[in-house]
Design a protein. Structure first.
Length: 286
């Protein structure tokens, strides 16, 4: 997606924000440190997964589905400023049935905003399969008056071409478009979800062995003679070394000072004279 758009385009998502934070200017260290609640985190360790932001990337929103109307708002900014940009608002199949999603669709089409609505359909909203939650599982058709495209989200080149097309569509004044990225989640929804109570291990293994995006791209590079096995192994080895070093630096980062509880609440210059704490005796004065 990032290769298909420009740095001035807006991106907003929900919990799946770590990759975007890095690819849009954050460091690996800042992402990992934020997950550990450390000072060198991209939000000084005060936010965690849903509070990571970088250049024209507006984080992973904790309110499920909220990124869709916010994405429409970012598209309105693009239209208002006439800077030739568009917005990509990503949401999951579990959020696709929310009312705010369709309210955003309506406004985006009414004003022909340059908005790309991206449904990441990994087939399971938490532990509920799409068939059990949705009367219509063809999410790319949900826009009614907004055109949609179903994309193989497990193929990097399909994603690239679809995002490139969507950007050209929206920035040429044709209004919003929907992309359904048909993908798959190998693990559970959270630490408390083993991911095998609502699907079989065989299903997961089949998807991993036949549709994995990394191994699929690797096979294509080898088959087309673009890279050799040795070159790809060298890339992987170098990448692992970089990540290990960044992870170690993140672990070495100290925890934020208690005083940080009182920072980044108001825009600089607009702070009140004091802030109340947990009880009436706990007051912070600026």
């Amino acid at each position: 997606m990032e290769k298909a758009i420009t740095p001035k385009d807006h991106v907003i998502t929900s919990y799946r924000c770590h990759g975007f934070t890095w690819i849009r200017g954050g460091s690996i260290k800042s992402v990992l440190a934020e997950l550990m609640g450390r000072k060198d985190g991209i939000s000084q360790g005060k936010g965690g997964s849903m509070h990571m932001f970088s250049n024209r990337f507006y984080g992973g929103n904790g309110i499920v589905g909220a990124q869709v109307p916010l994405g429409a708002g970012l598209a309105f900014t693009s239209q208002y400023t006439e800077d030739g940009s568009c917005s990509f608002g990503l949401y999951g199949d579990g959020a696709a049935n929310q009312g705010q999603v369709y309210e955003a669709f309506n406004m985006a089409k009414l004003w022909n905003l340059p908005a790309v609505f991206v449904c990441e359909n990994n087939l399971y909203g938490m532990g509920t399969s799409a068939e059990r939650s949705s009367a219509n599982v063809e999410y790319f058709k949900r826009g009614d008056y907004i055109p949609g495209i179903k994309v193989n989200g497990m193929d990097v080149l399909s994603v690239y071409q679809a995002c490139k097309y969507a950007r050209e569509w929206t920035t040429s004044g044709k209004g919003p478009i929907i992309l359904e990225m048909h993908t798959y989640r190998y693990g559970g929804h959270s630490m408390s979800d083993p991911g095998t109570t609502y699907r079989t291990r065989e299903e997961v293994q089949t998807m991993r062995s036949t549709r994995d995006p990394v191994t699929g791209l690797k096979a294509r590079l080898l088959n087309e003679g673009i890279a050799t096995e040795e070159e790809l192994k060298s890339i992987e080895k170098r990448t692992r070394k970089i990540v290990d070093e960044e992870a170690a630096a993140a672990k070495a980062s100290p925890e934020p000072e208690v005083q940080e509880l009182w920072t980044d609440i108001y825009a600089p210059g607009s702070e009140p004279k004091f802030l109340r704490g947990r009880h009436s005796q706990e007051v912070h004065h600026y």
